[in-house]
Design a protein around this ligand. Structure first.
Ligand code: ZN
Ligand code: FE
Length: 257
């Protein structure tokens, strides 16, 4: 039975997710920036927290860890490569391992680039990817601790998952990402149509997350260094994919739109 997933918007633009396995009652929270809205949502649903799933160490992803652990006795699972920066970590996960939330199995991907120890949880049976700050709707995380080559490798591995995978990223950055994307790949009709849909959704206060991996592959410039239109805009027709990705990321870092 697929996980029941509840999206909780917190802080200015973070998404925290509850993932509930109806078969066993196991309930995880992904990247709890804060604890109060998580406890309130658990209470409203009548769910008991069994696990915290952390993708990486940033405060807006682990800020609720210790208070939630104290309140519920849950276990904390997170990246082995950054275990010393994950408050209260109990279970360390490395690339290629599997880990189960109740009866639902996740495959763990090491996806360095945003931070050195960043993992993603892929629940194949639920068609759900929790990827933290690695892949965003129409964007990707900033390279705080990794190289463009590392991030491109991480994104390429996520892009190889099935197109109908839902991308549960940790921030609602989509509209500003879209403003940038249309400047680097102006000839992408699917991107232009998506930009319109995103503006309409945000004008009504609706989330644009999760998206589908298939639409990210068709429209997200950070998954598209092979695009001739993108390469033409950057003047990089003959460069390799990592170099094009690096230039795209660099331009986004200084983009003011
Ligand atoms: Zn982060
Ligand atoms: Fe973040």
């Amino acid at each position: 039975m697929p996980l029941e997933i509840v999206q909780i918007p917190v802080l200015s633009d973070n998404y925290v997710y509850l993932a509930h396995d109806p078969a066993t009652g196991a309930t995880g929270v992904v990247d709890p920036a804060v604890h109060e809205p998580v406890l309130a949502t658990l209470e409203k649903r009548g769910w008991r927290l069994s696990h915290i799933l952390n993708t990486h160490h940033h405060p807006d992803h682990v800020g609720g860890n210790l208070a939630l652990k104290a309140a519920t006795g849950c276990q904390i699972v997170g990246p082995q490569a950054d275990a010393d920066r994950i408050p209260g970590i109990d279970v360390q996960l490395a690339d290629g391992e599997t880990w189960s939330l109740g009866g639902e199995e996740a495959r763990i991907f090491d996806v360095p680039g945003h931070t050195k120890g960043h993992i993603a949880f892929w629940f194949a049976g639920s068609k759900a990817l929790f990827c933290g700050d690695t892949l965003f709707a129409l964007g990707c995380g900033r390279l705080f601790e990794g190289t463009p080559a590392q991030m491109w490798q991480s994104l390429s591995r996520l892009a190889a998952l099935p197109d109908d995978t839902r991308i549960y990223c940790a921030h609602e950055y989509t509209e500003s990402n879209a403003r940038f994307a249309v400047t680097v790949e102006p000839g992408n009709a699917a991107l232009n149509a998506r930009y319109d849909a995103i503006r309409a959704a945000r004008a009504k206060g609706q989330p644009t997350v999760p998206s589908l991996l298939g639409e990210e592959k068709a429209t997200n410039p950070f998954l598209r260094p092979m695009s001739e239109n993108l390469r033409a805009t950057l003047g990089m027709m003959a460069a390799d994919d990592v170099t094009v990705f690096a230039e795209t990321r660099k331009r986004k870092d200084t983009f003011r739109g």
